[in-house]
Write a new protein. Sequence first.
Length: 74
Amino acid sequence: MSTEFWVTMLVYAVTIGSFAGAVLSRLKNIEKDQAKHNGVLERLVVVEQSTKSAHKRLDTLEETNGYRRKPETE
């Protein structure tokens, strides 16, 4: 086998290695973004639960004090 063959193989190997490195780097960035997104969703669920609980407490207080809401007009 000639020297040209091995030089070509080396160039291909370097090219494939650099492409694989770029892909892996991008995947790591996507994983970080996904983790941030999951954290936001978890906090949103907690906020929704807290809001639901607050509305229930307000409804209970309104019923206890005889408060009636005005009908909403569209």
